[in-house]
Every structure is written in structure tokens, then in C-alpha cells.
Design a binder for this molecule. Structure first.
Ligand code: CTP
Ligand code: ZN
Length: 151
């Protein structure tokens, strides 16, 4: 008897694989997935590369640059596979962007980007791992949960 439980392959869509165990729900939350997508989620599934990993499969969804940048902020270790007609047509690791524009809200309430002016937030990456980003306007540095809570 085959006792392994596998998440089905998908026909068309995106697989976000090798997410550090426990982060999948955060990734889903920032992607703002709604009822129109069929999604399979594996949380703490066993993996050869990592002891445990999370994996997300979203049918009929192809991610845009902004969405990939958001995932990089939370799960930079993830591998993205784009599936068309059951075949992997593209597979890549995420790049950590050097600049994040309009993605993260600055945690400094006095920052110009929080003053109701038409100024989009903008952060530079100061350190990739662990991730630290710096507001280009007020120089506030943010890392860890503070980033995730402000996406
Ligand atoms: N996948 C899928 N549907 C398909 C094809 C692939 O859901 N039609 C998923 C696989 O389940 C896997 C990911 O896409 O999670 C990458 O597929 P593949 O490269 O075949 O898997 P592995 O060799 O296990 O990948 P890796 O070495 O990156 O762990
Ligand atoms: Zn700021």
C-alpha cells in the first residue's frame, strides 16, 4: 500500500515551492487570493531539500512582478514553477529586489509617505538575509515581522 499523500499536479497555474515551513499562510494572505482560485496548500510536508517545507499551488493564476516581490519579502527561499498544460514551462528562484516601491508601508508615522501626500513608499534593501530594508525618505529601518505586518 502506498502510504504517501501527495498534492495533485495542476494543469495550468503557479506552484510556489520550498517555502520555509510555516510561512505559506502569510504568503497567501499577502497575495490576496479570493474565492475564484482553486488552491492546494501543503504545510510542513516532508521534503528532500528541506526537512519540512510548505508548498502552494494556485490554479489558473500567473503572478505579476509586484506579487513576486511581495513573496520575496516573506519567503525569499521559494521556487516558482509556471505550469501550462501540465508541463513546467518556467522554473526560477526569487530575486531579492534592491528596491521596494509602494509595497511596504513605512512604520514611521511621521514619514512623508504617511502624510497623505502623493508620495509612494520606497525602501532599499540593506541586508538580504535576514532581510532589513530602509525607507529612502526617513531612513527608518525595518526587518522581520515588522515588514510582513506592513505589506
Ligand atoms: N508541479 C505541479 N503540477 C505540474 C507539474 C509540477 O504541481 N503539472 C509541481 C511539483 O509537484 C513540484 C513543482 O511543481 O512541487 C516543481 O516540479 P518538479 O520540478 O517536477 O519537481 P521536483 O523535481 O520535485 O522539484 P525540486 O527539485 O525543485 O524540488
Ligand atoms: Zn519612511
Amino acid at each position: 500500500m502506498d502510504k504517501t499523500l501527495k498534492i495533485s499536479k495542476i494543469k495550468d497555474g503557479t506552484v510556489i515551492d520550498h517555502i520555509a515551513a510555516g510561512k505559506a499562510l502569510k504568503v497567501l494572505a499577502i497575495l490576496g487570493i479570493d474565492e475564484s482560485n482553486s488552491i492546494s496548500i501543503g504545510i510542513r510536508v516532508t521534503s528532500e531539500k528541506l526537512a519540512y517545507k510548505d508548498v502552494i499551488k494556485i490554479e489558473n493564476k500567473f503572478l505579476e512582478k509586484l506579487e513576486l516581490d511581495k513573496i520575496a519579502l516573506i519567503a525569499n527561499e521559494a521556487t516558482i514553477s509556471i505550469i501550462k498544460n501540465y508541463e513546467i514551462i518556467e522554473k526560477f528562484k526569487l530575486d531579492m529586489p534592491q528596491v521596494f516601491k509602494g509595497i511596504v508601508k513605512c512604520a514611521n508615522q511621521n514619514c512623508i509617505t504617511n502624510a497623505g501626500e502623493p508620495v509612494k513608499s520606497e525602501f532599499m534593501t540593506v541586508n538580504a538575509d535576514p532581510l532589513t530594508i530602509k525607507c529612502v525618505y526617513c531612513k527608518k529601518e525595518m526587518s522581520g515581522e515588522e515588514i510582513i505586518n506592513n505589506i
